[in-house]
Write a protein that binds this ligand. Structure first.
Ligand code: XMP
Length: 513
């Protein structure tokens, strides 16, 4: 992001929807950042700041320790939009009156426009909006007027055009608020006067210039997993610094069928300097006899660091370590409680040794996942690649319940490949957030021909989700499940039973270990 880009700052008061506000703003090609409500705003003095959005939050403005803004904040000449708690806070600080509620209003409400003003220009006279609040406003501060109401709330949207201060009780960022997008657009384009200059092309251009300047003639290494984030990072760095960047791809022996070879080939096609390291034996030796899932993860993590460190040293002098960190990782590590809260550092490759002495470069740290996918497309990555399901760092180790052996890996790889192949062929793959097979440590009785069998059970997992934090089991048509099961039992030696996992997260997790 260059200093010239138009920018909106979202002050976070702890709402579960704050990231959604940011995504909705970005979808309008407007760059925005989320900062804690008590961040030092003077830092943004050199930016092309166009307005503020005050997020919702779980607190009551009337509580003793509620997060507030100093009155001086409202001396700003920039437009401000307060959402829910943000609206209460603005109104309260400017002299309005609030009533503390005993219960929360949660869910759909009908908003009726009384006077469009600038904020509600062209918004339907009556439309559904999403509410989630306790307190409500019962007297406006001086200079404010009402733009909309609901059956229960007289001040569903308020405005002070002179000051360019606006507030909404409902959540325009939530899909259930039918006119939400229009309200946000009005605020951004008509009130803040942005033009929408945040596009993937402009990001590529400015970030390549930044990377060239930052890295200069130095060398960069990057650990890649074959996943979308690390590959887009590699492709972008490759555009910026060419062969000064080396991508290191460690085969931990826990990859899916043909994955190691496929990744090597796709990097060749992209012309990216790739150094593959086959360390499968080292990983699998260390995992022999290990059953405890956390122990598996620990061994894999430590071995990865060791192998990566050796490969990096063997590759000569690199001054920079690149990582595919995304914006949600960055904001999640900054609590809304603000600068005083502990800031956890984020390492995609998990705590590389400090003695590597590398400077960190994270070219995607301003982007959301959907923006990364767009970027990948513009950088020439194939659509099939962009839509790939996430795959965990410890790979198949957390999908073989119990001890990991070569035989188990081979059974699981075959079953998983059939499963994914059938999902793709039946057009189910892109509807699912993540799908994979799991090998269970039990044998069950079956019959094949005239023979009794006593063989392995494969569990199929498929979930829908937006971020992996919560998930629902995916509904796959029965005929597709039937084909998958038939093929696995017929084609994978050692499997005589296939089950489908119908647990949502929570209380289950997506992976089985
Ligand atoms: P769970 O199983 O916690 O998974 O519901 C949520 C998402 O995270 C992925 N996952 C991991 N990714 N290292 C990773 O890089 C891990 O140890 C790990 N464990 C889970 C999982 O695949 C899902 O997308």
């Amino acid at each position: 992001m260059s200093l010239q880009h138009e920018m909106i700052l979202i002050l976070d008061f702890g709402s579960q929807y704050t990231q959604l506000i940011a995504r909705r703003v970005r979808e309008q090609n407007v760059y925005c950042e989320i900062v804690p409500f008590n961040a030092d705003l003077a830092k943004y003095g050199n930016y092309n700041l166009k307005g503020y959005i005050l997020s919702g939050g779980p607190s009551s403005v009337l509580d003793k320790d509620s997060p507030l803004l100093p009155l001086s904040f409202f001396d700003t000449s920039l437009p401000v939009l307060g959402i829910c708690y943000g609206q209460h806070l603005m109104a309260y600080r400017l002299g309005g009156r609030l009533t503390q509620a005993t219960t929360r209003e949660y869910g759909r409400a009908t908003v009726t426009v009384k006077s469009e003003g600038r904020l509600l220009k062209d918004v339907e006279h009556s439309s559904q909006a999403w509410m989630s609040h306790g307190d409500s406003l019962d007297a406006l501060p001086e200079g404010f007027v009402t733009l909309a109401e609901t059956a229960d709330i007289p001040f569903a949207a308020i405005a002070n055009d002179d000051k360019q201060f606006y507030g909404v009780q409902f959540h325009p960022e939530v899909a259930h608020t039918i006119e939400g997008k229009k309200v946000l657009r009005n605020f951004l384009f008509d009130i803040c006067g942005v033009t929408g200059d945040w596009t993937t092309e402009s990001f590529i251009e400015s970030s390549i210039a930044d990377l060239k300047k930052t890295i200069g003639t130095d060398n960069v290494i990057l650990g890649i997993s074959g996943g979308v984030d690390s590959t887009v990072t590699a492709a972008l760095l490759h555009r910026a610094v060419g062969d000064q960047m080396t991508a290191i791809f460690v085969n931990n022996g826990l990859l899916r069928k043909n994955e190691y070879e496929d990744v090597i080939e796709s990097y060749q096609v992209l012309g990216i300097n790739l150094k593959p390291v086959d360390a499968s034996k080292k990983f699998l030796d260390r995992l022999t006899g290990v059953i405890d899932p956390e122990k598996k993860r620990k061994i894999i993590g430590e071995t990865f660091i060791e192998v990566f460190d050796e490969a990096a040293k063997a590759n000569g002098k690199a001054q920079w370590l690149a990582q595919g960190t995304l914006y949600p990782d960055v904001i999640e590590s900054v609590s809304f409680k603000g600068p005083s809260a502990t800031i956890k550092s984020h390492h995609n490759v998990g705590g590389l040794p400090e003695n590597m002495n590398l400077m960190i470069v994270e070219p995607l740290r301003e982007l959301f996942k959907d923006e990364v996918r767009d970027l990948g497309r513009k950088l020439g990555l194939a659509e099939s690649f962009i839509g790939r399901h996430p795959f965990p760092g410890p790979g198949l180790a957390v999908r073989i319940i119990g001890e990991i052996t070569e035989d188990c890996l081979s059974v699981l790889r075959e079953a998983d490949a059939i499963y994914i192949d059938e999902l793709r062929q039946s057009d189910q793959y892109d509807k699912i957030w993540q799908a994979f097979a799991v090998l269970l440590p039990v044998q069950s009785v079956g019959v094949m021909g005239d023979q009794r069998t006593y063989e392995n059970v494969i569990a199929l997992r498929a979930v829908t989700s937006t971020d992996g934090m919560t998930a629902d089991w995916a509904i796959i048509p029965p005929e597709v499940l039937a084909r998958i099961s038939n093929r696995i039992i017929n084609e994978v030696k050692g499997v005589n039973r296939v089950c489908y996992d119908i647990s949502s997260k929570p209380p289950a997790t997506i992976e089985w270990e």
